[in-house]
Design a protein around this ligand. Structure first.
Ligand SMILES: [Zn+2]
Ligand SMILES: [Zn+2]
Length: 255
């Protein structure tokens, strides 16, 4: 299984400029932020499944453009996996004919280019031997992180999140969890803002993951533009032996 980072920024205008989208092999996306715009049309057409962590614009903006771009170029719909509530939110507020067409009825309701698939916490979705399991996380809106892979090799992508002890309790004894991609959006001076907006700051993240094995590599994403160095310095000085590294657009990992 190959993982490629198409976008991992916490906003535009900083060192990283594309928002959250991760590609697994050629056919699966985790989130559909502006990062997917770096794919060409042949690559876009190969995307069969999109798993959304939540409905915030920086994670779904590219979804609307993706289904438009591949219309007429695929024999089957793009399947978008999310929670029941988040699917309802996207139908009501985005794919409503006012903000964007309802691509679940285009070109017709029997053979649409987009189909919604609701997922449940803790129930794996299996796609060609790859298991993708949603775990609830705390954020400003309903959100999940995804555990991806199999018992031989897997990674966790948290999506946007604030303190969620139950997630780390579930993860700490999992064999073969070698990498965690985790939000750390704000420096410690903005801990109150991080809390109210449902993101980690360095202090809260280090505290939350203190029982995770030291062999698990932590890759930080969603850094706020202009504050990347400060956040990473604060993580490093708080780390207590653990290594944190900033995720970069274009990074690739094999599992
Ligand atoms: Zn968010
Ligand atoms: Zn976000």
């Amino acid at each position: 299984m190959k993982l490629r980072i198409l976008g991992c920024a916490g906003g535009i205008g900083g060192r990283e400029r594309l928002t959250t989208s991760l590609r697994i092999d050629d056919d699966i996306l985790l989130d559909a932020g502006t990062g997917l715009a770096s794919l060409d049309i042949d690559q876009l057409v190969k995307i069969d499944h999109v798993f959304l962590t939540h409905t915030h614009l920086d994670h779904v903006a590219g979804l609307a453009l993706l289904v438009d771009a591949v219309m007429g170029k695929r024999a089957t719909p793009v399947t978008v996996h999310s929670t029941v509530n988040n699917i309802a939110t996207l139908k009501r507020h985005v794919f409503n004919w006012a903000v964007w067409p309802d691509f679940a009825t285009i070109p017709d309701a029997e053979n649409p280019i987009l189909q919604w698939e609701s997922l449940e916490h803790g129930v794996p979705v299996e796609l060609g031997g790859r298991l993708i399991t949603a775990h609830p996380v705390h954020h400003a809106v309903e959100a999940v992180g995804y555990l991806v892979g199999d018992p031989q090799a897997r990674f966790l992508f948290t999506g946007d999140m604030a303190t969620t002890p139950e997630l780390w309790r579930a993860m700490k004894n999992l064999p073969s969890l070698t990498k965690v991609i985790v939000d750390c959006s704000f420096p410690n001076a903005e801990a109150a803002l991080a809390e109210v907006s449902g993101h980690y700051c360095p202090q809260a993240l280090v505290e939350d993951v203190r029982d995770m094995p030291e062999s698990t590599e932590f890759l930080i994403y969603h850094l706020k533009p202009g504050q990347e160095d400060m956040i990473m310095q604060e993580l490093t000085s708080n780390a207590g032996g653990r290594t944190f590294r900033a995720l970069k657009c274009g990074d690739q990992f094999d599992f």
